[in-house]
Design a protein. Structure first.
Length: 571
């Protein structure tokens, strides 16, 4: 386990499990933290590597005092003891190997941008991803969601997180994570193609899958293929994706034949289980991805069918969810008859059912207004959009499905104090209490997708400003310092919009094509992104304020027409 995580977990674990006194462990913990602070938080090698010497000495003292070691095994107690002996004997060698591995990790995908807050988070995100990899014998290897609460695997967390890992150059980790999700999902849900929501490292399935997660997984598979060009990866996931999207999402979850599925989206609130806007947006994008996959594997009829469905679903989404008088997309489609019991449930005094609407004046008043509207509806069985002000209403913009005029109106309102607070986008515009890295990142992605680069970077800075708030070198699940102290999807929130929208790198490794849609802010006179691994090649991107210079390490690639002047080298 890595140094920063070890420092956070050491006290409780050793004191509770190994019967070491809290005072003893606290002494060594403070020694390590002193080292971290002494050597400066801006020097990552001193943060991630050098303090390990102090920690190793601390653990050695504890082991000598207690006559016991720290190890685990899925085989036997004897095997665990063997691990302890092996680590003791090979400690120095293992440490040097780890040191070399981190140097390689940090030298991959280097950047230089005139924004200190964002720049210093870049290498930390690489380390965060590395810390979160869980390698479990008999199950597989992949990114966990976050420490300390959720170190195991999640569908929606992973499908967001792997995009950040792709942007940071950690393709192998991405492939392993998605393969693991597929295998666990197939073992749980049979041949349906449904993607699980949560699986512990002991193999316990907490939730077989929210509807949104299956189309989101399809998109993650396609993006991974575009960045890696790994045809074998695409082929082994293709059938699972096709069944999951066409048979389960658009079959089982569309009982009335609609092209917008029913079921829980990413907002796991009781009652939000009808046609949710984020699930609809993910489905539209997944259909386009599925069509492109089908072209690659040689199924033209499937490709044609998926493209037709994508157009139909996208049109339906914009017609059904848009609320002209609000200038926003609604959270969920439902009839008044369907909404009445849900609104009554949310207005109950049950804690946390809907941000405690039963005891919160403003939230309760708003929901009471919706209840009156539902109870007096002239057409109680006609579907309509309902605005519940969850962050998921940004999904059509994050997925680039909204017309430009609607996107502008939506973003203007989401930027207001109704939806945005001091640490980012609120989870809910009624409650206006909590923000998370994922919803702030989704709004940042929406901003840069529609050309509002400076505003998107402002949201990213709200996240990077919290880098030292909970644990040095990590962005918390909840901003600024609540929940998991390191969270995988925080990488999506920062790295993905920077690489794919600001630098504009949108590759097709299989066809050896770079589609460049760069949009640098006016305040950036220069910016560099070096060592960008795409397929079997590596690229450097240098912006000089007027022209983007792109250097390929291997010839044979091409560049699509770019949004800025481009000078190509080595192509």
């Amino acid at each position: 386990m890595d140094i920063a995580i070890f420092v956070n977990l050491l006290v409780d674990y050793l004191a509770g499990v190994l019967a070491v006194s809290v005072k003893t462990v606290q002494t060594h913990r403070m020694h390590v933290m002193d080292k971290l602070n002494t050597h400066g938080r801006t020097n990552l090698m001193k943060h991630a590597i050098r303090p390990g010497v102090a920690l190793r000495k601390a653990l050695g003292v504890i082991a000598r005092q207690q006559g016991r070691g720290l190890a685990g095994s899925d085989v036997s107690v004897n095997n665990s003891c063997d691990v302890v002996r092996s680590v003791r004997n090979r400690c120095n060698t293992m440490w040097e190997l780890k040191r070399a591995r981190y140097r390689t990790l940090l030298n991959r995908r280097k950047r230089s941008i005139p924004d200190h807050s964002i720049e210093r988070s870049w290498d930390w995100l690489k380390c965060n991803y590395d810390w979160l990899v869980r390698d479990v014998p008999g199950m597989g290897r992949g990114l966990g969601a976050g420490f300390e609460d959720y170190p195991w695997w999640f569908g929606c967390d992973a499908t967001y997180a792997v995009l950040g890992a792709l942007a940071l150059g950690q393709q192998q980790c991405v492939i392993e994570t998605l393969d693991l999700l597929r295998s666990v999902s197939a073992a749980t849900n049979g041949d349906t193609g449904r993607v699980i929501h949560e699986c512990t490292t002991q193999g316990e399935i907490i939730n077989p899958g929210c509807v949104q997660e299956t189309p989101h997984f399809v998109q993650a598979i396609w993006q991974t293929f575009r960045w890696t060009g790994d045809l074998s990866f695409l082929k082994r996931n293709y059938g699972f994706c096709k069944r999951g999207l066409l048979d389960w999402t658009l079959g089982t979850c569309c009982p009335d034949g609609d092209v917008l599925p029913y079921g829980f989206g990413i907002t796991e609130r009781p009652g939000l289980d009808l046609q949710c806007v984020d699930t609809a947006a993910q489905t539209v994008r997944a259909l386009s991805a599925m069509a492109d996959m089908a072209d690659v594997v040689g199924e033209p009829r499937v490709a044609e069918h998926c493209r037709a469905l994508a157009v139909n679903a996208g049109t339906h989404l914009n017609q059904a969810f848009w609320m002209e008088h609000e200038g926003l997309y609604g959270d969920m489609l439902a009839t008044p008859v369907e909404m009445i019991p849900r609104l009554r449930q949310w207005l109950s005094a049950t804690p946390d059912i809907y941000y405690q609407a039963g005891v919160s004046g403003s939230t309760g008043a708003y929901l009471n207004g919706l209840l009156c509207q539902a109870e007096s509806a002239a057409e109680p069985h006609r579907k309509q959009p309902w605005l519940l002000k969850h962050w998921s209403i940004v999904a059509p913009l994050e997925s680039h499905l909204a017309p430009v005029d609607r996107a502008r109106r939506t973003l203007d309102r989401l930027e207001s104090e109704e939806f945005t607070g001091p640490h980012g986008m609120y989870l809910n515009g009624l409650d206006r209490t909590n923000s998370m890295s994922i919803n702030t990142g989704a709004l940042a992605m929406a901003e840069v997708t529609y050309g509002r680069v400076e505003r998107g970077l402002e949201y990213i800075r709200l996240l990077t400003a919290t880098l030292d708030s909970h644990m040095p070198g990590a962005i918390s699940e909840m901003s600024p310092a609540v929940g998991c102290f390191v969270q995988a999807w925080s990488g999506y929130a920062i790295a993905w919009p920077l690489v794919t929208q600001v630098f504009g790198v949108q590759p097709d490794a299989h066809q050896r094509v770079l589609d460049l849609r760069a949009q640098f802010p006016q305040a950036w006179p220069q910016a560099h992104l070096d060592g960008v691994h795409i397929g079997d090649n590596s690229f450097n991107f240098h912006w000089d304020g007027e022209t983007l210079h792109v250097t390929a390490h291997k010839p044979g690639w091409s560049i699509k027409p770019s949004t800025v002047p481009v000078v190509a080298h080595g192509f």
